[in-house]
Ligand binder design. Structure first.
Ligand code: ANZ
Ligand code: ZN
Length: 777
């Protein structure tokens, strides 16, 4: 048997996690066991990644659960013989650090450094096997110079542009927000009601990838259906037609997007969104100008949530204009109403009150005729009144099941066939065409705040937006004295920094002063981990291709349409640029449930944080990790309970007593069987105790191996280990350890070894220590 390394806990002493954990953490660090193998390593590769944290001070139990789940996966893959990449870093740009700096003075970088130091300490105590040699922080110039490089690449590909548009504005944070950051009409960060403003901003053209982002969902590995459904809905593909309506008296055509071209003959009015750019043109110089523009102004003040609230009574104003239905030449009135949204389809609709609920309500309120064009009744000409079919069906009849009536040559067709035939007819007539519309909007990335990655663009009067030459990167954040939000970027106050010569023509020009949405930083960090110290490029293609895609990504479901969609988009864009072989970043995704306190998600903003360190000090990191994995299937939400961790700690104490007791007896008997294996079937058959121990050991091996690799069933695996330890303890306690014969003792010892080995991915410190106590290395 090998010599015992110094510091080992004396056999038979009580279990002291502080000693055991410090010892193994040091041993692992010295042996650099967490570092991924290099190019010569021939083991199969596995990239295991948890969503990196925003450093907001200390960790809370939600983080601990996330990284504990990831560590089980990483340790398990390692045990199965893989070369595992399991890195970690910090998503360290962002508003909270900036707001803290405004509140308490100091620089956001100081706040960030302080927060990182705090969370570093938590990481150090938990003993997750993370490859810190690849550590990165997105606020460091060594990282963000490459974020800028990637932005320039997208600019070159035509995927980044600056344009005027209606944007979400948070009056509290004084910055614009991406659509994805507006939740129920409120700012995702601070909960303030978001308003719309027209501003010139930078966008990344994620809409160019809408179809691929949708199609490739089918190529993803094991992703939660909830997440893929959310992505599908967010992309929101609708098939239908674009149909052009001519405005009477004006030389103007207004296109609409409709998913129901089959209802074209039922259009009895026409509606423009208040923000539609042609509204002023339609009413300019007419009696309707004043009421219409007043209505437009009023709807601007409405919050998004109110706007989309289906329960709200329909409002609107007539424009006095008429358009012609291209199908039958019927003239229908044009209204402006806020239930039509500016950013979807064409921002204008043909309204079919007989078959659409909103149009129906509006028609009732404004006394507009209703014309039924779909029926679910069997057609007979008995209902024919002149050339009109009249049914006694209740309207609105909102359905795709039915056939067309009152639709000239298309009457009698089914909805689907009618749609198809009407589209073909419009195409021949030249008044419309088949069309696809997506809900997905381009990704608005400019922010009027300080603590983010500067957008590497120079504005020149003669040349327009000019990219900063790559060799001049990084564009460092300038020092400013005032970070407080003013509606324009604080970077604009750094006059010296802003003034620069145009790289193209050499004339005086100005730097872009907006910074990037921090979701840009986090949409490529998993690529950087493959080549984290490359000074010249974001990453080397060969290294990225070696590790990507991430085999198992683990994080919160709240990122379903933000981070996860952006990361997929960026990976595709860089793939198309030839930077990457893969075009999907995450092969498999696991979204763990939340840790709640008093029924609410644990979060800093709610002030219900439970931090790990006091529990680590009192019970040990292993007990804490085990508790969070045992309390329920990791996929489910769990309520944090102080007494739960006491239970897992008692289990570890019991295991420790069993192992040390059995081992001491084994040594006292002179290590009788020598080799450490399970006694044979014939040998245990003669003793009920020996047979029970062997059964418990083999049962645990079978079930834990299965549970750990299937659906993250960690809680049942741990429960099985607890049962096995109980069985071992009962055998020892009932008979008294001295009364066990050699075969029985060997069987219990085999049980101890099995449990210890199986426990290692969940509670690695005590597992290593116990393993060593039993003579393992
Ligand atoms: C005529 C029609 C008749 C419609 C009917 C529906 C039912 P989805 O499925 O979500 O893609 N629409 C189009 N653009 C709009 C906008 N900017 N704001 C509000 N509504 C808009 O919805 C497409 C349908 O929503 C379109 O089809 C249009 O109304 C409306 F019996 O056109 B439909
Ligand atoms: Zn210029």
């Amino acid at each position: 048997m090998s010599e015992q390394p110094a510091g080992r806990q004396a056999t038979m002493a009580a279990y002291e996690p502080a000693v055991v954990e410090a010892r193994w953490q040091q041993a692992w660090a010295e042996a650099r066991v967490a570092e991924a193998g290099g190019p010569d390593d021939e083991r199969p590769r596995a990239y295991v990644l948890e969503m990196f944290p925003y450093p907001s001070g200390r960790m809370h139990m939600g983080h601990v659960k996330n990284y504990s789940v990831g560590d089980v996966v990483a340790l398990h893959r390692r045990r199965m013989g893989d070369n595992v990449l399991h890195p970690m870093g910090y998503d360290s740009f962002g508003l909270p650090a900036e707001n803290a700096a405004i509140k308490s003075g100091g620089h956001p970088s100081e706040v960030t450094a302080r927060n990182i130091a705090g969370i570093d300490e938590d990481f150090a105590h938990m003993g997750w096997l993370l490859d810190w040699s690849r550590r990165l922080s997105t606020h460091e110039p060594e990282y963000y110079r490459h974020t800028q490089r990637i932005f320039l690449q997208l600019f070159e590909q035509g995927l980044a542009d600056r344009r005027d548009g209606l944007v979400n504005w948070c009056p509290n944070d004084q910055t614009v927000l991406a659509n994805e950051q507006v939740v129920d009409g409120e700012c995702e960060r601070c909960g303030t009601e978001v308003v719309k403003q027209s501003l010139e901003q930078w966008y990344l053209k994620i809409t160019d990838y809408a179809q691929r982002l949708l199609d490739d969902i089918d190529r993803l590995g094991d992703w939660p259906e909830r997440v893929t459904t959310m992505q599908r809905n967010w992309i929101g593909r609708s098939e239908g037609a674009e149909i052009r309506f001519e405005v009477e008296e004006l030389d103007l055509e207004l296109p609409v997007f409709t998913t129901r071209p089959d209802t074209l003959f039922g259009a009895t009015f026409f509606v423009l969104a208040p923000e539609h750019p042609l509204v002023p043109v339609l009413v300019g110089g007419t009696d309707h100008a004043e009421p219409v523009m007043e209505y437009v102004a009023r709807s601007q003040r409405l919050g998004q949530a109110e706007r989309e609230d289906a329960e709200r009574p329909k409002t609107g104003v007539p424009t006095g204009r008429f358009v012609t239905n291209p199908a039958n030449g019927v003239r229908i009135p044009v209204f402006v109403a806020d239930y039509v949204l500016p950013e979807y389809g064409t921002g204008a609709i043909m309204a079919v009150p007989a078959h659409d609920q909103r149009d129906w309500e509006f028609a009732q309120a404004f006394d507009i005729p209703v014309r039924q064009v779909i029926t679910q009744q069997d057609g007979s000409t008995a209902d024919l009144d002149g050339d009109r079919y009249n049914t006694d069906e209740e309207l609105p009849l909102v359905t795709r099941e039915g056939r067309l009536i009152n639709s000239m040559q298309f009457s009698g067709l089914s909805v689907d066939e009618g749609s198809q035939r009407i589209i073909e007819w419009l195409e021949v007539e030249g008044t419309g065409k088949g069309a696809v519309s997506y809900r997905l909007r381009d990704w608005l990335i400019s922010r009027q705040r300080y603590w983010g990655c500067p957008i590497p663009i120079i504005h020149c009067d003669a040349c327009g937006p000019v990219p900063v030459p790559v060799e001049q990167l990084p564009v460092l954040l300038p020092d400013v004295s005032d970070y407080s939000p003013k509606g324009t970027s604080p970077l604009a106050t750094a006059e010296e920094w802003v003034r620069v010569d145009c790289p193209a023509c050499g004339e005086p020009a100005r730097r872009e002063t907006d910074t990037m949405d921090t979701f840009v930083d986090s949409s490529w960090y998993f690529l950087r981990f493959a080549d984290p110290h490359n000074p010249d490029q974001p990453f080397d293609r060969e290294l990225a291709d070696r590790w990507l895609p991430v085999d198992q990504y683990i994080g919160g479901v709240e990122h379903a349409v933000l981070h996860l969609l952006y990361a997929r988009f960026l990976t595709k864009a860089l793939h198309d640029a030839g930077w990457l072989g893969v075009d999907e970043p995450f092969a498999n995704l696991f979204t763990q449930g939340m840790v709640c306190k008093d029924g609410a998600k644990m979060s800093k903003s709610r002030g219900n944080i439970v931090e790990p360190l006091p529990y680590v000090q009192r019970y040990g990191a292993d007990a804490l990790r085990l508790y969070l994995l045992f309390v329920g299937p990791p996929v489910q939400d769990v309520e944090w309970q102080d007494n739960g961790i006491e239970g897992t700690r008692r289990f570890l104490d019991r295991l420790w007593r069993l192992v040390t007791g059995v081992e001491a007896r084994w040594q006292a008997l002179g290590n009788p069987a020598g080799a450490s294996s399970c006694p044979s079937l014939e040998a245990v058959a003669g003793s009920e105790a020996a047979a029970a121990a062997a059964r418990a050991a083999h049962g645990a091996i079978r079930q834990v191996s299965a549970d750990i690799s299937r659906d993250f069933q960690f809680n049942t695996a741990i429960a099985r280990l607890m049962e096995a330890v109980n069985t071992g303890s009962r055998i020892v306690n009932e008979a008294g350890i001295e009364a066990l014969d050699e075969v029985e003792l060997a069987a219990v010892r085999f049980l101890c070894q099995s449990v210890t080995s199986l426990l290692q991915p969940f509670a690695p410190h005590i597992a290593c220590e116990a393993w060593e106590v039993m003579g393992g290395s």
